[in-house]
Design a protein around this ligand. Structure first.
Ligand code: ZN
Ligand code: ZN
Length: 582
């Protein structure tokens, strides 16, 4: 009798708990919707950039009041969020909870601790937002021009506030801010004139728009001039410093371990890649160099082999066509080898890169934003038309016969494009606006190796058991780039790596050309943590796969692993791990 009552009681409370769970998820979904609408009021520029155009006419002046408002918003939302009990939410909502919490804490930390608003003048540039309003066709031109005009009203106040905010900025960010702001002026002159010529607005209104635009140009030029003349005897170092780096790393990457820990993994991985590359070089030597003696320095021997193999590449005129032709074979190979399900109803639309993106060769995925779900996903392929012969040759050697295939894996199938299709199947506005970059890039980098492990090689058919040695050597070089991106980022910002040391790392240990290495140095001196996401994500996915294989033993299946992994959307890998390993 006693037992019976206890059991009944237990059943009742269990049922009660289940009901409460479903109700809590429904409540949480409502909270998320409200949260996003409030978010866009505080960050109208961010809203426009993801396709939410209600606040296109708003430009927030970056002063003390708006920073206070931002922090107050975050704290209020954190309190709202913490009313939900994490354990009572379904897995996908648990991840959204973590993403929202991280974003809010990150924003408060940015205002109060990182304080880039003081030392990074590149935070102040209105041009990109205005350019989007002219370049994108989400609304009729005249509607966009009206928002454009309203948004211009705050531009002078925006730059006046910027001048007051700036304190001992870094030289590197100051220089870049001057270039970028002056470079953006054409939006208010040439680009706006072109749009006005097409517009049906009354002449008087066009005149008024032009007059306001002239004031914007004056404000931007005044800001650039201010930065040029700034008395800045003790500029801040562009290096973030260990403490801020560690914290930014945690917020941005949301990794399962510390930056130090992953740094030591990246260092070991570089060593392993060098060993593998040297072994391949020895095996390939006679084929390419006959009886010629191999240099005593291993890295020099590898470099000679890479330079020789890179000569195999397509002609400039066939570059685009070659990329397009590889896509169907990639899809077929994945199907044949049972690597991951690819939804045939959502084929990738390959297109020539549109005019406004021209000049950047290579390839990139162009996905519709969360507010444009029915839009196509495009694979933009750049053309080398009009390039001079020398530039084209150097580019084609870089994206040679082997690397071009790896690029397609990374960008398209089963890399970024495939990940996106899966992410769209568990639609969450939170994951699409706060998606985790380390997961997204990590997946693309992971698939490069996964495909080669399964024998992918464009020169060997569907039943290929292994990629060629040349393919592996080139893969290793490509993978060294992600690995050294991490090593560079960490060494520069959390330690004191000099430019000479950095150039040695990139040119001698990662086999990069001088121009590429110089570009990377410029990038690392004006960005932090971004370069660390590729290796971190790659490493975490690999470790998760190894652990799943160990745990599931005979039940382990690569295809299932991939599908389950992608099913959580663009979430931090540590949370996906938590769900998959339980
Ligand atoms: Zn050539
Ligand atoms: Zn990528």
């Amino acid at each position: 009798m006693k037992h019976g009552i206890l059991l009944l009681f237990a059943l009742l409370s269990f049922n009660g708990l289940l009901k409460a769970d479903a109700a809590m998820d429904a409540k949480f979904n409502k909270y998320k919707e409200a949260f996003v609408l409030e978010l866009w009021k505080v960050y109208p520029g961010w809203a426009s950039s993801v396709g939410y155009h209600k606040y296109d006419n708003v430009l927030i002046v970056p002063n003390e009041a708006s920073r206070k408002n931002e922090v107050a918003f975050c704290n209020k939302q954190l309190a709202e969020l913490h009313k939900f009990q994490l354990t009572g939410l379904a897995d996908l909502n648990k991840i959204d909870y973590h993403l929202i919490e991280n974003q809010l804490k990150y924003a408060v930390w940015g205002v109060n601790e990182l304080m880039a608003w003081q030392w990074d003048p590149t935070s102040y540039n209105v041009c990109g937002g205005f350019a989007d309003m002219l370049g994108n066709t989400y609304a009729p031109l005249d509607t966009r021009l009206k928002s454009f005009k309203a948004r211009m009203a705050n531009v002078p106040a925006f730059y006046a506030a910027a001048k007051l905010n700036i304190k001992n900025p870094t030289r590197e960010h100051t220089k870049l801010a001057i270039e970028q702001n002056l470079g953006g002026i054409s939006v208010f002159e040439k680009d706006l004139d072109a749009a006005l010529a097409e517009s049906k607005l009354p002449a008087a209104e066009k005149q008024a728009i032009k007059a306001t635009a002239a004031k914007c140009v004056t404000a931007i030029q005044g800001f650039a001039e201010y930065l040029k003349m700034l008395n800045n005897p003790t500029p801040r170092s562009f290096r973030l410093g260990k403490s801020l780096y560690d914290q930014k790393f945690d917020f941005e990457i949301q990794a399962g371990s510390t930056a130090d820990n992953i740094f030591s993994k990246a260092t070991n991985h570089k060593k392993m890649l060098h060993e593998h590359m040297f072994a391949l070089t020895k095996q390939l030597w006679v084929r390419y160099f006959g009886s010629r003696e191999m240099p005593a320095d291993n890295l020099k021997a590898i470099k000679m082999m890479i330079d020789t193999i890179s000569v195999k590449h397509v002609n400039a005129s066939e570059f685009q066509q070659q990329i397009e032709q590889q896509i169907p074979f990639l899809t077929e190979f994945i199907k044949h080898k049972n690597l991951i399900y690819i939804d045939p109803s959502k084929p990738l639309v390959v297109r020539r890169e549109p005019e406004y993106m021209a000049g950047v060769a290579g390839a990139s995925i162009n996905a519709p934003g969360p507010y444009d779900k029915n839009g196509n996903t495009y694979y933009n392929v750049g053309s080398l038309d009009g390039w001079d012969a020398e530039k084209a040759e150097s580019y084609l050697r870089e994206y040679n016969h082997y690397i071009l295939q790896i690029l397609n894996i990374h960008e398209a199938i089963p890399g970024h494009y495939t990940q996106l299709v899966y992410a769209n199947q568990s639609p969450s506005i939170i994951k699409s606006i706060l998606g985790n970059n380390a997961m997204i890039e990590g997946w693309a980098v992971y698939t490069e190796r996964m495909m080669l492990e399964n024998g992918y090689d464009g020169d060997r058919g569907l039943d290929s058991k292994d990629a060629s040695q040349e393919m592996w050597l080139m893969y290793d070089k490509w993978n060294l780039r992600s690995t050294c991106n991490f090593i560079l980022d960490f060494n520069v910002h959390a330690r004191e790596m000099s430019k000479e040391q950095a150039m040695n790392l990139l040119m001698n240990e990662a086999f990069q050309e001088k121009a590429e290495a110089e570009g990377k140095w410029r990038r690392v001196s004006v960005s932090q943590v971004q370069l660390a996401c590729y290796f971190t994500g790659f490493n975490e996915i690999y470790e998760l796969r190894t652990d799943m294989e160990r745990k599931q033993r005979k039940a382990y299946d690569l295809k299932k692993f991939h599908e389950q992994f992608l099913g959580y959307g663009s979430a931090p890998i540590k949370y996906i791990r938590e769900m998959m390993m339980k």
